[in-house]
Design a binder for this molecule. Structure first.
Ligand SMILES: Nc1nc2c(ncn2[C@@H]2O[C@H](COP(=O)(O)OP(=O)(O)OP(=O)(O)O)[C@@H](O)[C@H]2O)c(=O)[nH]1
Ligand SMILES: [Zn+2]
Length: 200
């Protein structure tokens, strides 16, 4: 058990007034947040987004990736349904951290793709760990998710953690000329499903 619940409060946003739940990972001092809306502990599958921190995309309007746009779209969809959960995991840069992500971007500026850049820095392509999700969701009474993601490896990883993924809901948004190559690499090398006719 490495996750400790700390406190909950309201978080008003442009889309809805969410309940915000703060957790601490006592193994590494990381602080994670879950936003929920409505009754998520009633046993029915919960519309959910498991979002990995991307400071550049989520907060600094970067067009190198699709993260900020996915974050907004997920909150909007949850607000439209009046029920759901967004897990905001502090696993910046697919787990390598912000400064290493900047080093990876520098290598990408020189021609590497997102996977090659990680490898040149001595990291795996994706260093994220989803085990923390189970503990936070258990605290909130959530067992089954309707997961908004294009990443089948995320579905697999969460299933392996004992969660039920009742449905995968594609989250295709935020495509622009600056991230076309990046998104193509995610589809080609990381297995993301970017086209409507693809199935997991
Ligand atoms: N190392 C590295 N991390 C990146 C890069 N671009 C985005 N990220 C990080 O990737 C994470 C988001 O993961 P993505 O691969 O975009 O998407 P995903 O979460 O696997 O899948 P979706 O659920 O479909 O969004 C965030 O933590 C970003 O900071 C990059 O070029 N290099
Ligand atoms: Zn991003």
């Amino acid at each position: 058990m490495s996750i400790r619940f700390v406190e909950s409060s309201k978080l008003p946003t442009e889309w809805a007034v969410f309940d915000m739940h703060g957790f601490e990972d006592i193994e590494n001092d990381k602080e994670h947040v879950v936003l929920t809306l409505g009754d998520v502990a009633d046993g029915e599958p919960v519309l959910a987004r498991v979002h990995s921190e991307c400071l550049t995309g989520d907060a600094l309007f970067s067009m190198r990736c699709d993260c900020g746009s996915q974050l907004q779209a997920a909150l909007q969809k949850i607000a439209e349904e009046g029920r759901g959960a967004l897990l905001y995991l502090r696993q910046e840069g697919r787990g390598i951290g912000l400064l290493n992500k900047i080093k990876a971007y520098k290598l990408q500026d020189a021609g590497a793709d997102t996977v090659e850049a990680n490898e040149q820095l001595g990291f795996g392509a994706d260093m994220r760990n989803y085990s923390i999700c189970t503990e936070m969701l258990r605290h909130l009474g959530i067992k089954s998710l309707r997961l908004m993601t294009n990443n089948p490896r995320k579905v697999k990883a969460l299933t392996e953690q004992g969660l039920t993924i009742a449905e995968r809901i594609p989250l295709k948004t935020g495509h622009n000329p600056h991230n076309a190559h990046y998104l193509a690499t995610k589809a080609g090398k990381l297995g993301h499903l970017m086209h409507d006719d693809e199935e997991q």
